[in-house]
Design a binder for this molecule. Structure first.
Ligand code: NDP
Length: 244
């Protein structure tokens, strides 16, 4: 099935690689034009060049000015803004014994502050222009908590509270806000895991394998589209049954 998003205008943060790139690709395949906003300006430009209907912009999602500039640029260059995916992310895993305050601040900053800035900028435009769909990428780590990820789990759980609060605030303006909680997905972020650690984690997943970025992208397309027109404040798990 294609064409679910014909004529829609979308922003994907952290869209230069991994899950974000798969989301950008799927959105364009369904007819949306996409602005890829990523810290790595060059990789974002390369990613956009590989897709039809995509443009790119450099952006640090922790910067209020950068995020507003992305919203302004989407409105100008794409002619509007119907979909905003808060996907940019980083990890700085360490035990509580070893994690530094900088590790905590960086991870919470990118995920939680970055998502909040994105939600705020996107809804401000969408509520004045007929509505839209915001999708926040959380993680199963925010539901079940992972040792070594107290920073990341806190931020990803925070995204759920943010999603629900924002969904309640803006629903009557025609803006839907939902979250996706991916489980273990094969991307550059998880490539650092040893083969043993990957296999051990896969063994705990009911479907017995890691997921692919495209499998997360499918859930985002659904939430972004009119198929999910009555869905807001929802958390969609894409984890192969992990953490049920
Ligand atoms: P990747 O590391 O492959 O991609 C993340 C992208 O975000 C990179 O291009 C990165 O740029 C960019 N980014 C990082 N910091 C910023 C910033 N401050 N501003 C703008 N862009 C930034 O990660 P994944 O594709 O694996 O993850 C995508 C999302 O999915 C994240 O939110 C992650 O937490 C979440 N997730 C991933 C899972 C997995 O198993 N992979 C599981 C559950 C959730 P750069 O490389 O330059 O830093």
């Amino acid at each position: 099935m294609t064409g679910l998003l014909t004529g829609r205008r979308a922003v994907v943060t952290g869209g230069a690689q991994g899950i974000g790139l798969a989301i950008a690709r799927r959105l364009t395949e369904h007819g949306a034009s996409v602005l890829i906003a990523d810290l790595d300006r060059e990789r974002a430009a390369e990613a956009a060049a590989g897709l039809s209907g995509a443009a790119s912009v450099g952006c640090d999602v922790t910067s209020e000015a950068d995020v507003q500039a992305v919203a302004d640029r989407a409105a100008e260059e794409l002619g509007g803004l119907d979909i905003w995916v808060n996907n940019a992310g980083v990890t700085r895993d360490a035990s509580l014994k070893k994690m530094t305050v900088d590790d905590f601040d960086l991870v919470v900053g990118v995920h939680l502050r970055g998502t909040w800035l994105g939600v705020r900028a996107a809804q401000a435009f969408m509520r004045e222009h007929g509505g839209g769909s915001i999708v926040n990428i959380s993680s199963m780590s925010g539901k079940i908590g992972n040792p070594g990820q107290t920073n990341y789990s806190a931020a990803k759980a925070g995204i759920i509270g943010l999603t629900k609060a924002a969904a309640k605030e803006v629903a009557h303006h025609g803006v839907r806000v939902n979250a996706v909680q991916p489980g273990l997905i094969r991307t550059p972020m998880t490539a650092a895991m040893s083969a043993e650690a990957m296999a051990a984690t896969e063994a705990t997943i009911p479907v017995r394998r890691a997921g692919e970025p495209d499998e997360v992208a499918g859930a985002v397309v659904f939430l972004a589209s009119d198929l999910a027109g009555y869905v807001t404040g929802a958390v969609l798990e894409v984890g192969g049954g992990r953490g049920m």
